[in-house]
Design a protein around this ligand. Structure first.
Ligand code: SAM
Length: 332
C-alpha cells in the first residue's frame, strides 16, 4: 500500500496549506502588502477534505494543516473534525497543525476533542517588542495565552523558532530555558530563500545553525539521540531541561534523502519539493468528476515526478529567492 517515489521514498506525510491568509506579517515570510488569492480560486473545505482523503487512501499516515495561518480560515474546525474520522478508522496516525498561536485560546479544546494531540507553534522571541517587530502585526501576550490554553487542553507543543541573525540570536538560551519550564520541545530553523519579502536581504538574516549549536553547547549538554519525527529535524536531548531541541538545517545540510512528504496549497496545487518549482494541479481533476479516478491518477503521476532534492543557496551572488513563492503558499 502507499505511493513510492522514483527514489524509493514512501510518501506518508501530506502538508496542506488551508489558506494563504495570515493575521501576522513575519518579516522573513511575507511582504507587508501581500496580495492574497481571490476566494474563488481557493478550494472549499469539502474539496480539501476530498483531496486529503484521497491521499489518506493512498497511504498517507500523517496530515499537517498549515498556511498562511490555518486557524484564521473560516469554519476550519469543521474540516479538522471531518478529517478526524481517519484517525478513528486507524487509516491516519496523526492529524496536526502548525500555527502562529494567535487563535489557540479559542480553539485549543476543540482541537484536542477532534483528535489533535500535538501542535507546532511558531514563536521566534519572548521579547514583546521584538515579537511585534518580527511579526509586524502580532501580540506576544495573545500567543502566550494561546499556549496556556493548549497546555490546559492537553496538547503537546513544539515551538518552532526561525534563527535570525542580529534579531533573536541572543535569545536561544532563554528560549531553551523557557521551553524547559513550559514542557515544550524546541526546533530552530534556518531561514530559507523563499519569496520576495521586500527590502530585507536574506543574507542579512541568515544564520547557520551549525554555528548556533556549537555556541549552545557551551551552556547546555546536548546529548545525541536517534529520536525522529519523520521530518528533517536533527534532535538532541537537553540534559539540563529534560526536553528536546531540534535543528532544521536546509542550508547547511541537505536532508532530502529521507523526504517522505508532499505539500498541497489551498488552490489544490501539489508541490513535490519545498525548494523546487515543479508542481501538479489537482484542482482540475478534482473538479472534473465526482469520482476520484482522475484525481488518483493525477496524484500518482505527480509523485512519480518528485525530485531528488532542493538546492537552496543564500549568498551575495544569489540575492533573488531560490523559489519565488512565499512560504505561506506551502506552509513550510
Ligand atoms: N502561520 C503558521 C505559523 O506561523 O506557523 C503556519 C505557516 S508558517 C509559513 C510555517 C513556518 O514557516 C513558521 O514557523 C515560519 O516561521 C516559517 N517560515 C516562514 N518563512 C520562512 C523562511 N523564509 N525560512 C524559514 N522558515 C520560514
Amino acid at each position: 500500500m502507499g505511493v513510492i517515489d522514483p527514489f524509493g521514498r514512501h510518501i506518508s506525510y501530506l502538508r496542506v496549506s488551508v489558506t494563504d491568509r495570515c493575521d501576522f506579517r513575519c518579516v522573513y515570510c511575507m511582504a507587508e502588502d501581500m496580495t492574497f488569492l481571490p476566494k474563488a480560486e481557493v478550494l472549499s473545505l469539502e474539496e480539501l477534505d476530498r483531496l486529503c482523503s484521497a491521499f489518506v487512501r493512498k497511504g498517507v499516515k500523517k496530515l499537517r494543516l498549515t498556511g498562511g495561518e490555518p486557524l484564521v480560515r473560516r469554519n476550519i474546525m469543521s474540516l479538522i473534525r471531518a478529517l478526524g474520522r481517519h484517525l478513528d478508522t486507524g487509516a491516519l496516525n496523526e492529524l496536526t497543525l502548525t500555527t502562529n498561536g494567535s487563535q489557540l485560546a479559542r480553539y485549543a479544546d476543540e482541537l484536542r476533542a477532534a483528535g489533535v494531540k500535538r501542535i507546532n507553534v511558531s514563536l521566534d522571541t519572548l521579547d514583546p517588542e521584538k515579537f511585534t517587530a518580527i511579526t509586524r502585526w502580532g501580540k506576544l501576550d495573545q500567543v502566550l495565552s494561546g499556549l496556556d490554553a493548549a497546555k490546559r487542553a492537553g496538547l503537546e507543543v513544539k515551538i518552532n523558532a526561525v534563527a535570525l541573525k542580529g534579531v533573536n540570536d541572543n535569545e536561544f538560551d532563554r528560549l531553551i530555558e523557557w521551553c524547559g519550564e513550559q514542557g515544550f520541545d524546541l526546533t530552530l530553523i534556518e531561514v530559507m530563500p523563499m519569496g520576495d519579502i521586500g527590502g530585507e536581504m536574506r543574507i542579512d538574516q541568515y544564520l547557520p545553525l551549525s554555528m548556533v549549536r556549537g555556541q549552545l553547547q557551551r551552556h547546555w549538554t546536548l546529548e545525541e539521540t536517534d529520536y525522529h519525527t519523520g521530518g528533517p529535524a536533527r534532535y538532541y536531548n537537553v540534559r539540563e531541561t529534560g526536553r528536546r531541541i531540534g535543528f532544521i538545517t536546509p542550508m547547511t545540510h541537505n536532508f532530502c534523502e529521507g523526504c517522505n512528504r508532499v505539500r498541497l496549497t489551498c488552490t489544490g496545487t501539489l508541490y513535490m519539493c519545498l525548494g523546487q518549482h515543479d508542481s501538479a494541479d489537482l484542482r482540475a481533476p478534482l473538479r472534473a468528476s465526482e469520482s476520484d479516478v482522475l484525481l488518483d491518477a493525477a496524484i500518482d503521476e505527480a509523485i512519480a515526478r518528485k525530485p531528488k532534492g532542493h538546492d537552496f543557496i543564500i549568498d551575495r551572488r544569489h540575492a533573488k529567492p531560490a523559489v519565488s513563492r512565499h512560504m505561506s503558499v506551502t506552509g513550510g
